[in-house]
Design a protein around this ligand. Structure first.
Ligand SMILES: O=c1nc2n(C[C@H](O)[C@H](O)[C@H](O)CO)c3cc(O)ccc3cc-2c(=O)[nH]1
Ligand SMILES: C[C@H]1O[C@@H](n2cnc3c(N)ncnc32)[C@H](O)[C@@H]1O
Ligand code: MET
Ligand code: SF4
Length: 392
């Protein structure tokens, strides 16, 4: 038995965690089962590990969201980001629009340019092919490579989340992107079956997603991935998803953060009548993730838990992801980001210190080129990333 925050842990599995031993699937299931009714012990173990490895800091990246193109060849049942031609929300950013948003982002002292697209839009839509042609590109990936170069020239650091990119595309993007992202969503094949959220989304097949993560490992790209919680998965499927990420990270060491994203229903999607992820269930998964990968950076987006995001600091998270002072979250447009000042004071009240970071975590800067590191140093020295006035 181990004394922890005045709590006596009776669970052998939890003790294993605290003794720094890698825990098995069986240990994790046991920990979960013990926590279903009363998660207090699990939460405090997660908090303990969080403090051990991340001290009392919580980080965020000040970003602008570039909704480059939201046409998408896939249809995930939960997604409102995707647009059809002719819809009001259709986004086909021109080079000029991208440049203007970048200049504005610099005025706001953003550090990150988050580039998001639908899945290979040019494969399905003539509109996307025309748009690429008008702007002088052969593929969306080529456009992303170009946009990343411009961002970097202006002193914004690109993080691209464009779904399933090829090895070659990622190799090119590595030159300019300090990190990249793709959500595993879930490792379950079952969620791709008829009636399930990924049925109409070939790119969400677990094998395809894992291949992208595998390629990012081979290329040495600091990678953001994560799980979408509350889309009809079972807890075993969540555990298997985190274990799949852990295994990949053990092989390549390139997973820089795990996003735990709670599903929120959207009125214009197939899943409009499904409930949002239950908060207690979501918290239990957050704590479990910290137990499974004690040293990993764990992120939840604060805008998706507007009333309670601070309380996630005591169940294991240490990052808020990208927060934008000027663009909406196009994936969850009904959830505005809290002001950075508010996140600062809320974090302080919960006993944590908020710090601004680049889209690559300090532990992963050795993965990126000297050229990118030098550019980061210029911003850090000239503008002072940690200065409080810089955040507002
Ligand atoms: O504003 C958002 N940012 C999202 N981000 C970006 C995130 O906010 C930050 O850019 C990263 O933390 C940068 O390190 C994602 C990044 C990924 O790589 C994968 C998925 C997401 C999901 C979102 C999202 O839904 N909304
Ligand atoms: C960019 C990421 O946003 C997440 N995403 C997509 N739709 C939703 C939703 N309704 N609620 C929460 N997260 C969502 C997916 O995990 C995707 O990979
Ligand atoms: C709103 S999702 C944006 C990125 C990509 N289409 C994916 O699903 O991974
Ligand atoms: S989540 Fe990504 S892949 Fe799925 S429909 Fe939306 S844009 Fe397309």
């Amino acid at each position: 038995m181990i004394l922890l925050n005045k709590l006596v842990l009776n669970s052998e599995s939890l003790n294993k965690v605290l003794e720094n031993k890698t825990i098995s699937r069986e240990n994790i299931s046991e920990i979960y089962q013990n926590a279903v009714n009363d998660p207090t012990e699990l939460f405090s173990a997660a908090q303990n590990l969080r403090e051990k490895f991340k001290n009392n800091t919580v980080t965020f990246s000040k970003k602008a969201f570039f909704n480059i193109v939201n046409l998408c060849k896939d249809t995930c049942s939960y997604c409102t980001y995707k647009s059809e031609p002719g819809e009001e929300k259709l986004s086909l950013m021109s080079k000029q629009q991208i440049l203007e948003l970048m200049q504005l982002a610099k005025k706001y002292r953003c550090v990150e340019a988050l580039f998001v697209t639908g899945e290979q839009p040019e494969q399905k839509y003539q509109e996307a092919r025309d748009w690429l042609k008008e702007n002088g590109f052969k593929s969306t990936a080529e456009y992303l490579i170009h946009s990343s170069e411009i961002a970097l020239e202006l002193g914004l650091f690109p993080h691209t989340n464009a779904g399933n990119l090829s090895f070659e595309e990622m190799r090119e993007l590595k030159k300019t992107n300090v990190s990249m992202g793709i959500m595993l969503e879930n490792i379950s094949e079952r969620l791709t079956e008829r009636g399930m959220p990924h049925y109409l989304a070939a790119s969400k097949r677990p094998k395809a997603r894992m291949q992208v993560l595998e390629n990012s490992g081979k290329l040495g790209i600091p990678m953001t991935t994560g799980i979408l919680v509350g889309i009809g998965e079972t807890i075993e499927e969540v555990i298997d998803s985190i274990l799949a990420i852990r295994e990949l990270h053990e092989k390549y060491g390139n997973i820089q953060e795990i996003i735990l994203q709670n599903f929120q229903p959207k009125s214009d999607t197939i899943m409009k009548n499904e409930p949002s992820a239950d908060e207690k269930y979501f918290k239990t998964i957050v704590a479990l993730s910290r137990i499974i990968m004690p040293e990993m950076n764990m992120q939840i987006p604060p805008n998706l838990s507007p009333k309670s995001y601070q309380s996630f600091l005591s169940v294991g998270i240490n990052d808020w992801g990208g927060i934008s002072p000027l663009t909406p979250d196009f994936v969850n447009p009904e959830f505005a980001w809290p002001e950075i000042n508010k996140v600062d004071s809320d974090s302080k009240n919960a006993g944590f210190e908020l710090k601004c970071r680049f889209p690559v975590y300090p532990e992963f800067v050795s993965f990126i080129s000297k050229e990118l590191r030098d550019k980061m140093a210029v911003i850090e020295n000239e503008e002072g990333l940690v200065k409080e006035e810089y955040w507002r």
